[in-house]
Design a protein around this ligand. Structure first.
Ligand SMILES: [Zn+2]
Length: 174
């Protein structure tokens, strides 16, 4: 991601996500669809990439619902094609709901973008080691299921945009 306003600066942490299914890619590679909306290319190429079960349909099916690490969630990257479905009112330091000031979490598959319109806001998301100030014009990405909260640093105007990843396009496997 090249947008510096959304860089988390929290290092390279991976987030465990659930496998929704597998779609074939080129040759020996598969695309794993995750419940965060991201996709991961996986191939069996030991010793660096060791997935001996990948070519077996039953073994793949058995792993649907199992966790796998998602590096893109760890970097706070929105899934490709994520679409906004709701935007909150603009809040200031007096109208910011208490629920956003204390730790809260988006449900699976739902993303958010905290946008600071004026002033300064503190944004804290411990799972990704994020604790930073957002200035006017900056934003932070909220991945699903990661607790976070915000705190006005003096006068501020902010809003939250909620986004959804497109449904995965998965082949039927028997
Ligand atoms: Zn992800």
């Amino acid at each position: 991601m090249t947008d510096p306003a959304s860089t988390h600066g929290g290092g390279n942490l991976a987030v465990p996500r659930r496998i929704l299914g597998f779609a074939p890619d080129a040759a020996d590679a598969w695309i794993v669809h995750l419940d965060c909306g991201h996709r991961r290319h996986v191939r069996h190429r030991p010793p660096l990439s060791d997935y001996p079960w990948l070519g077996d349909p039953a073994a793949r099916a058995a792993r649907v619902g199992a966790p796998i690490e998602c590096g893109r969630c760890g970097r706070g990257e929105l899934p490709d094609g994520a679409a906004a479905y709701r935007t909150t009112d603009a809040f200031d330091e007096t109208t910011l709901p208490a629920g956003l000031r204390r730790e809260h979490t988006l449900r699976a598959g739902r993303w958010g973008r905290v946008e600071v319109l004026a002033g300064r806001l503190r944004f804290v998301m411990p799972a990704l080691a994020v604790d930073r100030e957002l200035a006017a014009g900056e934003h932070a990405i909220l991945p699903p299921e990661l607790p976070h909260h915000v705190e006005p640093l003096g006068p501020v105007r902010m809003r939250v945009v909620f986004l959804r990843a497109p449904a995965p396009d998965l082949p039927r496997e028997s």
